[in-house]
Design a protein around this ligand. Structure first.
Ligand SMILES: [Fe+2]
Length: 309
């Protein structure tokens, strides 16, 4: 399976209003209309859609009784790659849900050509799709003045807290065909493992350094340093909880901060993530270094577990 990258992400939220200000005023996402199929589905009034680039949407927020991650969309190049990927999952014994025909099918609701969905061992919903809805006429304009988002190698990355990082590495490399970039020793037998789908340093990271499995964060990469600095100032002025202060990871080395989204999970907002050469990269064993910053409860938990000093 050759995933092109992270195509879209969906969240559940009990109330859409806090997400509206979080997404538009703080992160600078551009509000978007619902895909055509959604209009005859659950109704656009129940879902917010946001653009980060020329795609018709990249982020969806669905009104729901339980907040959290809704779905992660992984993009395949075309119909052949998509069919091969779905077949691979079935051969691996993964139960997949097909989109189903008609305007109310899952593919129509997302506005994509086709999709299949499956759950990972922790119950997170993943979707494989091809044919992304794209706006050829309307330019991306951020309501908060963000100059743009870096989406050429997928729109960012996701990090899952899992029970066993090595088992999760095995799952994502075998099932989704991701390649390991870095294996990070967090101390006390715990690890963080970074896997890529393309030249982006990682599209999926997993760690067992925190005891409870959860969806930890999604990262959005802005084009410029001043986009991150200005967003950090907006966060400091807001009532949105800061998850990690401004800082810089040693391995990607993304300069970023983390905010707690209204769905409870984190959003990392950064810039300057390095690209690796997917074809020539060899796995690195690295330590849990942080160049600077990124203070907060997550880092405190890592340090309490002996992972960082
Ligand atoms: Fe991250």
């Amino acid at each position: 399976m050759k995933i092109r990258g992270l195509g879209y992400i969906g969240f559940h939220a009990t109330d859409l209003a806090p997400w509206r200000s979080f997404a538009e005023e703080l992160l600078g996402f551009m509000p978007a209309g619902a895909p055509a199929g959604m209009a005859s589905g659950s109704g656009p009034q129940d879902t917010l859609f946001y653009r980060l680039d020329e795609r018709s949407w990249r982020v969806a927020v669905h009104q729901s009784p339980k907040p959290g991650l809704a779905s992660i969309g992984w993009e395949l190049a075309d119909r052949t790659a998509f069919a091969d990927a779905a077949e691979h999952l079935e051969r691996c014994g993964v139960a997949i849900e097909r989109s189903g025909p008609g305007a109310r099918g899952a593919a129509a609701v997302r506005g994509v050509s086709d999709l299949v969905a499956f759950a990972d061992p922790d119950g997170n919903r993943h979707e494989l799709f091809y044919g992304a809805p794209t706006s050829l006429h309307d330019r991306f304009v951020s309501p908060a003045g963000v100059s743009g988002f870096v989406t050429a190698n997928g729109m960012g990355h996701v990090l899952f807290v899992v029970r066993d990082a090595r088992a999760a590495e095995d799952y994502y490399t075998r099932m989704l065909g991701l390649r390991t970039t870095d294996r990070m020793d967090m101390g006390a037998g715990k690890r963080a493992i970074f896997m890529r789908a393309n030249d982006r340093h990682h599209s999926v990271a997993v760690t067992d350094v925190i005891p409870e499995p959860m969806f930890h964060h999604v990262m959005f990469e802005a084009e410029r340093l001043e986009d991150v600095g200005r967003a950090w100032e907006r966060l400091e002025r807001s009532t949105t909880p800061i998850m990690m202060t401004l800082g810089q990871h040693a391995n990607d080395p993304m300069l970023s901060f983390y905010a707690t989204s209204p769905s409870g999970c984190g959003v990392e907002f950064g810039c300057g993530g390095t690209l690796v050469d997917d074809a020539s990269w060899a796995v690195r064993e690295v330590g849990p270094e942080e160049l600077w910053g990124h203070r907060g409860p997550t880092m405190d938990a890592i340090e309490a577990g002996g992972g960082r000093s």
